[in-house]
Design a protein around this ligand. Structure first.
Ligand SMILES: Nc1ncnc2c1ncn2[C@@H]1O[C@H](COP(=O)(O)OP(=O)(O)OP(=O)(O)O)[C@@H](O)[C@H]1O
Length: 234
């Protein structure tokens, strides 16, 4: 997934959060959006996710993945070209993606996005995979093991600690087959072992994905080749 911002700006009421961003997020590359608290990192991430429209300028998306394999089962009526897996089966092609369809191409983990706490982790992952398939060979059971959540697999998520919930959020986002991975403060509530797990999962399971991390913590985005400072667009 390639994302192009052209003279993009966002304001809430009279306050401009950022302005005049001309920037392209290239497919398969890793980006950090940095800046102090309240500077607009999460707002920009939401614009990239098409969950928020820019107030001026444009945000455009292009799917330049190779042709896609994998199941396309969905609960939201997604079209047949919904990404089911990042496995290449044909030549690459570049197609614009409508803002309304961008959600089909991404997964997003953020402190302000809720998970369904009435479900167990296993139920939640199975539910999620019914409309956004995981990568080839990855099952909900395997994810539980990789996240070291075996003992709590059947426990309702509402009884999870904050760090366990964050592991689950990361697993749901990272193991998906979709080409765009958006992470807002991905290590929130994680301990040292959680940080290590995060880096191991990024290293092992995100080949070919476009990743954008919004963060103040260099440990969260140490693998990103490109940095975009929000303060440069005030
Ligand atoms: N829906 C909204 N309506 C009005 N103002 C908003 C809204 N969302 C965010 N803001 C304001 O926009 C500014 C940027 O917020 P944002 O959450 O993007 O910052 P951030 O850089 O991600 O901060 P942090 O590092 O604390 O997470 C803040 O001043 C915030 O109060």
């Amino acid at each position: 997934m390639n994302i192009q911002l052209t003279d993009a700006g966002k304001r809430f009421n009279r306050d401009w959060i950022f302005r005049h961003i001309n920037f392209t997020f290239e497919a398969g590359q890793r980006y950090a959006i940095t800046g102090p608290n309240g500077s607009g990192k999460s707002t920009l991430l939401q614009v990239l996710a098409a969950s928020m429209e820019p107030s001026e300028g444009k945000c455009r998306w292009f799917n330049d993945m190779p042709a896609i394999s994998g199941s396309n089962t969905t609960i939201s009526g997604a079209a047949a070209n919904t990404p089911g897996n990042i496995t290449a089966t044909g030549p690459a092609e570049t197609k614009p993606v409508e803002a309304d369809h961008v959600f089909r191409y991404l997964t997003y983990a953020a402190p302000y996005l809720d998970i369904i706490e009435e479900m167990s982790a296993l139920e939640f992952l199975r539910f999620h995979s019914s409309f956004k398939p995981f990568q080839d060979g990855i099952t909900p059971e395997k994810i539980i093991t990789l996240l070291s959540l075996e003992k709590a697999a059947h426990k309702q998520i509402r009884y999870y600690s904050s760090g366990m919930k964050q592991r689950l959020k990361l697993g749901q986002a990272i193991f998906a087959g979709s080409p765009l991975l958006l992470l807002d403060e991905p290590c929130t509530n994680l301990d040292a072992a959680g940080y290590a797990l995060y880096h191991q999962l990024i290293t092992t399971y995100t080949a070919g994905k476009t990743i954008v991390v919004s963060s103040n913590d260099p440990q969260e985005y140490s693998f990103c080749q490109h940095h975009l400072s929000i303060l440069d667009y005030k």
